[in-house]
Design a binder for this molecule. Structure first.
Ligand SMILES: [Zn+2]
Length: 156
């Protein structure tokens, strides 16, 4: 869950400080793409009242919950088997919150790493991601994060 410093952290919805005694809803880290409109919620705390009035926030929470759910299930997309060791486990985060994006269907997929070469959508996924990046729709928070470089080495 987000680290919220009461009296210091800012609510991304109303832009006011989150103060002691206020009801705050926390988001985990669930989006790596700083260009995603829901990125403002990742790893943040928002006033619960602001949260309830902002439809984007409810969507964001739905995605954060989904990420937690797939993490708990740890099921391989390729074979459906349970992944029992963390070193065998690869999880795609929310890649895009835009349902019209072809990349959307690859959100939150989880893999047993050794099964990835047998995934029938592997090439499609790589092409779709490359198009998304080439269209300038992705930006890492820090250049050294190199999100796609780290992910792609498993899929090529
Ligand atoms: Zn607020």
């Amino acid at each position: 869950m987000a680290i919220v410093l009461l009296g210091k952290s800012i609510c991304p919805i109303c832009k006011n400080i989150l103060n002691e005694g206020e009801d705050v809803t926390g988001f985990p880290h669930f989006i790596a793409n700083t260009k995603d409109p829901l990125y403002i919620f990742t790893d943040s705390g928002v006033h619960t009242n602001c949260f309830l009035q902002q439809p984007h926030a409810l969507r964001a929470m739905k995605y954060a919950d989904r990420q937690h759910e797939v993490f708990m299930q740890k099921k391989c997309t390729v074979t459906g088997e349970q992944i029992t060791h963390h070193r065998e486990y690869l999880a795609l985060p929310l890649l895009t919150s835009d349902e019209a994006e072809p990349l959307f269907k690859y959100n939150f997929l989880t893999f047993k790493i050794r099964n990835i070469p047998h995934w029938e959508e592997r090439e499609d996924f790589v092409k779709t991601a490359e198009r998304f990046i080439a269209d300038g729709k992705w930006a890492d928070l820090m250049p050294e994060h190199k999100f796609w470089e780290r992910i792609m080495k498993y899929f090529q």
